[in-house]
Design a protein around this ligand. Sequence first.
Ligand SMILES: Nc1ncnc2c1ncn2[C@@H]1O[C@H](COP(=O)(O)OP(=O)(O)OP(=O)(O)O)[C@@H](O)[C@H]1O
Ligand SMILES: [Mg+2]
Length: 238
Amino acid sequence: MATASALELKNIYAAYDSADVLEDVSLSVPAGKITCLLGSNGAGKSTIIRSILGLTPPRSGDILVDGESLIGLPTHKVISAGIACIPEGRKVFPKMTVVENLRLGAFQESSESVIRDRIDQVFEIFPRLKERKGQLAGTMSGGEQAMVSIGRGLMAAPKVLLIDEPSLGLSPLFVKENFNIIRRINEQGITVFLVEQNVHQTLAIAHYGYVLSQGHVVAQGTAKELSENAEVHEAYFG
Ligand SMILES: Nc1ncnc2c1ncn2[C@@H]1O[C@H](COP(=O)(O)OP(=O)(O)OP(=O)(O)O)[C@@H](O)[C@H]1O
Ligand SMILES: [Mg+2]
């Protein structure tokens, strides 16, 4: 039996004003797995994330979480439905401490004990954040800010974690560390939808993947199939 989809996009079209960006995008993110979306600059990867979040609502098509449609929902309802996002560029709140940033990720949770448990879980994954819990996020290194933004995403205890280009602008050492962290988070049962341009390292941790080019899905398959697909490499990654 096929694994159930935690998140599914069906025939999505999206545009900014007059510019069509996504054309007939369909993809499925199975529960418990890492699914990646590869594609070069401007392919429409972040637009897919924006569509899921309701920030750039699709003109047509459907987006389902555990079989329930997200179409027409405002972003906070999309988040209540179980979607969390680690945005491109990480976007920590610079004048807030590490713990204050983490707490924002759990803004829909009212139980203080649940919030504290989640903070402890984040500190288990990132001991570095525990050491620096009172530090202003804006004064931390890029790698540390990446930990804050991943931790903030986890604080929502999401059904699906969307991650937009986590390795962008990080040093090679931290890029490697970041991919290891995403793998560990997934091993704890979190479903991940990972948007990346870093083909080799992404396919090394992903189970399944899609390749987007100019707003179209041009290839899909298991990570192994995509890494062996020479045509895909030549055409879309140089
Ligand atoms: N707010 C906007 N208004 C108009 N056009 C936009 C807007 N945001 C993105 N676009 C255009 O939509 C297309 C897809 O952009 P998108 O940000 O989704 O690409 P991407 O795959 O995430 O690229 P990158 O890897 O550079 O982040 C691009 O041509 C871009 O110029
Ligand atoms: Mg992008």
